[in-house]
Design a binder for this molecule. Structure first.
Ligand SMILES: [Zn+2]
Length: 449
């Protein structure tokens, strides 16, 4: 082999190496088994649907409610939603009689179905470990889709309980022996999902509006705080304080469960900078409530981009009425009856979804004009860091911005398997290879001449 041939082969090898390095991130991250897993989970879903229908003897699916966290649960990067797909394609309609319950992706996967005609329910839980093994075996070609879906039903159901779910008797027993009843529920269901299941089922079986169920998807339960947010939403819409021309911006201060209603129903999410969350100390909350004459519940801003004008409403929610109602049952939000008092308050507040002014009122209205960059001017003014919105609006006085004694947490360590350092290393290798190729090409040309 002469020098020219050696140089030519050298360049071919280097070019091949270059192509492998450059395309590595693309082929190493492509999903390879996704649709196989989807088809397998759908097939298992049909089998689980039949088990549920038979065990609960469901004659009319519109009288049944499905709750599940499968939409949000994942195993090994595979979303488990298709495991509930047969339900949502056979009579369970989101949000009318099916609520996907928000949960961290690493949660225990579960399905709960309640049948209103018999007041019976079924709770089914799946083992994450078992699901992972079945998916691994399927993707490595050791078993077929049909074998894998049968294995899920035979081996991966780690808990299956059929239980009577009469809300009235749950409340009755819960008032008498709150801890005992709660222990029973968390044992039959699971301790993370029990509050979601009890509250959503209670409210659904008392004719909850579909939009309240929709709001409960994100919040993952229905508590008096969420219901207060729904009543404020209803108040704003029924009194035409918000129209379809408006964009809604929220100053969530005080912040509590109500604010998830705005995120879900007004698309006022923090990422879109449509909601600013500011903790309000109890002392300040009391002071503002006293000055304005109502339990202050945050600020809702309706902004019309066409006219570049807007209105801010400081809202109040009458919690005194809720506390007085709970006293009739000799219970409160605190102590061992915390859960049952929330169910009782939910059912009480639910009666007023079409009369929200029984609880809600506007304490103060502020008109404004103009915008700053993409924000309505008042939202920008009240939302900026270090600004106390109630001081800025002149409701209370004084310098409220105090320096926090808590230091900022250290920056999170990079855990990604495809970290920037790998990118830099790869870029370095590519640059070196390019330089070698150029030098070799120059040597090759020199020899030719
Ligand atoms: Zn809540």
């Amino acid at each position: 082999m002469n020098t020219r041939q050696a140089l030519r082969y050298g360049m071919i090898i280097l070019m091949t190496l270059l192509i492998i390095i450059v395309t590595y991130p693309i082929y190493s991250f492509s999903p390879y088994c996704e649709w196989k897993v989807v088809n397998m989970l759908e097939s298992a879903s049909a089998k689980i649907y039949n088990i549920v229908m038979n065990k609960l003897d469901i004659k009319d699916v519109t009288h049944a409610l499905l709750l599940t966290d499968l939409k949000y649960s994942e195993v090994d990067g595979y979303d488990l939603y298709p495991l509930s797909y047969y339900f949502t394609s056979h009579g369970f309609v989101v949000p009318y009689n099916a609520v996907p319950v928000h949960a961290p992706v690493y949660s225990i996967p579960w399905i709960f179905v309640y049948y209103n005609d018999t007041r019976m329910s079924i709770y089914i839980e799946f083992s994450r470990e078992c699901l992972k093994n079945v998916i691994d075996s399927l993707c490595s070609g050791k078993i077929t889709i049909s074998e894998a879906s049968s294995m899920i039903v035979r081996k991966c159901i780690s808990k299956m309980n059929i239980l009577s779910f009469n809300i009235n008797s749950i409340v009755e027993k819960g008032l008498k022996e709150p801890s005992k009843m709660w222990n029973y529920l968390t044992e039959k269901l699971n301790k993370y999902a029990a509050f979601s299941i009890v509250t959503i089922t209670a409210v659904w079986s008392h004719d909850a509006p579909a939009l309240l169920l929709l709001a409960s998807e994100l919040h993952n339960h229905i508590c008096p705080g969420l219901l207060s947010g729904f009543l404020m939403y209803k108040y704003l819409m029924m009194n035409k304080l918000i129209t379809s021309r408006d964009k809604v911006y929220i100053i969530a201060s005080p912040v509590y469960c109500k604010d998830d209603v705005y995120v879900q129903l007004f698309d006022a999410s923090p990422g879109k900078r449509r909601i600013i969350v500011k903790l309000l100390p109890w002392s300040e909350q009391d002071e503002i409530s006293k000055i304005l004459g109502g339990n202050v519940a945050g600020i809702v801003i309706a902004y019309d981009p066409e006219t570049d004008t807007g209105r801010a409403y400081i809202l109040a929610f009458n919690w005194t009425k809720v506390h007085i109602y709970l006293k009739k049952y000799h219970t409160s939000f605190h102590g061992p009856s915390w859960w049952v008092s929330r169910v009782i308050a939910d059912l009480y507040m639910l009666k007023y979804v079409n009369q929200p002014d029984y609880f809600v009122k506007v304490l103060k209205t502020i008109d404004f004009r103009g915008h700053v960059w993409r924000y309505p001017s008042l939202f920008y003014e009240l939302g900026r860091a270090g600004v106390d919105p109630y001081v800025a609006l002149g409701v209370i006085h004084g310098n409220r911005t105090s320096r926090s004694s808590i230091s900022a947490p250290a920056s999170a360590s990079a855990r990604s398997t495809y970290s920037p350092s790998i990118v830099y290393a790869e870029l370095g290798v590519i640059i070196i290879l390019i330089i070698i190729i150029i030098i070799m090409a120059m040597m090759y040309r020199k020899r030719k001449h």
